[in-house]
Design a protein around this ligand. Structure first.
Ligand code: HEM
Length: 510
């Protein structure tokens, strides 16, 4: 039955795309003080399937056709996409009585996390500031200490004694449990079947985008059962008082959340923390493994002393001026989240270049695509689509909190910028440093291996020389952070013997 539904949806999507492309040429590009041109879509559902199924490539095609502003119809709702630097600035910096965040996301947070909006939004500002305070750079050293030991242990466990491992799987395993333990605490982790929890989380994440769309949840069995499991364990841990003294426990206490709200917030924070960090780590490592980026890899590793202990890794990972920090920012820039949304809280006239103003009606959605905009040479200079950690920082969109540098607006901006940014950047840098310095990764030509779902394969690993190779793979199901249209390169990783952690370091992680 499920195959039938999926096939029917795929045919509908294909029909929608063909119809849309066929009409692209006939629609005039608007100029002056007009609404953005409407991208043609199917009756009733409009452009919903085109966007849901083709994501970044659909947005790219629309931008090529329509330029700096165009309008999609998503099951009856208008969504205006903006690309001009002046419009991008307004998107993040306009006051909330002009461009609002909460009404734009309320429907999605309700639908996906089952967050009760009337309870959640009154606490939203306090929740953001509490999380920000807990995760500012000054607080990160203690979190990183724990993360470093846990990740290090898992890295050694994963790369020794295995026949085959996938790079994505390896990264998931390195990130999931340590991050959950750091945010939710040891008591929560000890009470869980972590294998089941991890599986449930990634099933939830894989179904996230479809779940946010109007496709009925009754057709999304895997997503719904994963969500039920996650909410159940969060509810149990809240009731059992397992979260005392943890980042999440403090968030729940300071925002005075009760049992009807806390499990949903725990789910939302878990998703926010992991859904972007996993692909960011994956791509940071993958970019640095390309042969043409070898000099960047060397420059990253030069920052480590000859015999780095865990403290040295933490210091380099926390150094926001290091070359590794630039490489992480560059990887995040190129693989940034698909769409950021707001709502017009008033009738708007948005600047869209000389002599052009785009009108948006009150109540309509606004969107930007960091993935597409980060390839805009007006913002990042020539060769904006290339991985180049030495490139100039973002220019043309100034004066907005959280926006700038190499990562542009990958972490959002303004009032609602990502509160976990500094943690994420340090954690990704740490993973890349550990993996690249303790092993000798190499790229190798494509290998045709059966599609086992594994992207990196470890051949006959001995303790002394683990050796990994990879087949071409499409990075699937990584939510909004990974661009689906592009494919990952092939990897081979040769290892060298890893250092064992001393017992003192290991005990700190418990
Ligand atoms: C590379 C990793 C990450 C990326 C690229 C990323 C990106 C983003 C973006 C784009 C937003 C929306 C901002 C906006 O709409 O303006 C966001 C929100 C958020 N992020 Fe992150 N994030 C990452 C890691 C993390 C981590 C590790 C945490 C840990 C707690 C976190 C917690 C959150 C939360 C709670 C929100 C929601 C804020 C709200 O409700 O307003 N993120 N993130």
């Amino acid at each position: 039955m499920w195959h039938g539904v999926i096939e029917a949806m795929a045919m509908l999507a294909a029909a929608a795309l063909i119809w849309t492309l066929a009409r692209f040429r006939t629609v005039p590009v608007s100029s002056g003080r007009k609404r953005a041109p409407q991208v043609p879509g199917l009756p009733l559902i409009g452009n919903t399937l085109g966007l849901a199924r083709h994501g970044a490539s659909f947005i790219h095609k629309c931008r090529l056709q329509y330029g700096d502003a165009f309008r999609l119809s998503l099951a009856g709702r208008n969504m205006t996409f903006l690309f001009h630097p002046e419009a991008l600035r307004q998107f993040f910096a306009a006051p909330t009585d002009e461009i609002a965040f909460r009404p734009a996301v309320a429907h999605f947070t309700q639908r996906v996390f089952m967050l009760p909006s009337e309870q959640f939004f009154p606490k939203h500002t306090l929740m953001l500031s509490t999380l920000r305070k807990a995760l500012v750079p000054a607080e990160l050293a203690q979190h990183m200490q724990r993360l470093a030991v846990l990740i290090s242990q898992r890295l050694e466990g994963k790369l020794y004694g295995t026949g085959k491992v996938g790079l994505l799987e390896t990264i998931k395993n390195l990130v999931f449990e340590p991050t959950v333990k750091m945010l939710y605490g040891g008591a929560f982790v000890a009470a869980q079947d972590m294998v089941r929890l991890q599986q449930a989380f990634f099933d939830f994440e894989a179904g996230f985008e479809l779940a946010a769309s109007p496709v009925p949840h009754t057709l999304q069995r895997s997503f719904c059962s994963a969500r039920t499991h996650l909410l159940t364990v969060f509810r149990e841990s809240f009731t059992a008082g397992q979260l005392e003294g943890t980042v999440i426990g403090s968030l729940i206490r300071e925002c005075d959340m009760d049992a009807s709200l806390a499990p949903h917030v725990m789910l939302a924070v878990m998703w926010a923390a992991l859904a972007n960090t996993v692909p960011a780590a994956f791509w940071s490592v993958a970019f640095l493994l390309l042969p043409e980026h070898a000099q960047h890899r060397h420059r990253c590793l030069e920052a480590l002393p000859a015999k780095p202990d865990i403290q040295a890794y933490i210091e380099v990972a926390l150094d926001r001026d290091s070359h590794m920090a630039r490489c992480v920012a560059e990887a995040v820039r190129l693989r940034a989240p698909g769409i950021d949304m707001r709502m017009a809280a008033a009738e708007l006239a948005l600047p869209c270049g000389p002599g052009r103003v785009v009108r948006v009606h009150k109540g309509e959605l606004l969107a930007i695509s960091p993935y597409e905009s980060h390839r805009d040479e007006r913002l990042f200079g020539p060769g904006a689509a290339r991985f180049d950690p030495d490139r100039q920082a973002l220019h043309g969109v100034d004066g907005v909190a959280g926006i700038g540098g190499l990562s542009g607006f990958a972490f959002g901006g303004g009032l609602y910028r990502c509160p976990g940014r500094f943690l994420a950047e340090a954690e990704v840098a740490l993973i890349a440093l550990l993996l690249l310095s303790r092993y000798r990764p190499e790229l190798r030509p494509a290998e045709s291996t059966p599609d086992s779902g594994e992207d990196v394969i470890c051949h006959g690993a001995s303790r002394a020389k683990p050796r990994l190779s990879a087949k071409q793979q499409e990075h699937r199901g990584m939510g909004r952070s990974i661009s689906r249209p592009e494919q990952c390169k092939l990897l081979e990783i040769r290892g060298r013997s890893a250092r064992q952690l001393c017992p003192r370091q290991a005990s700190k992680a418990q």
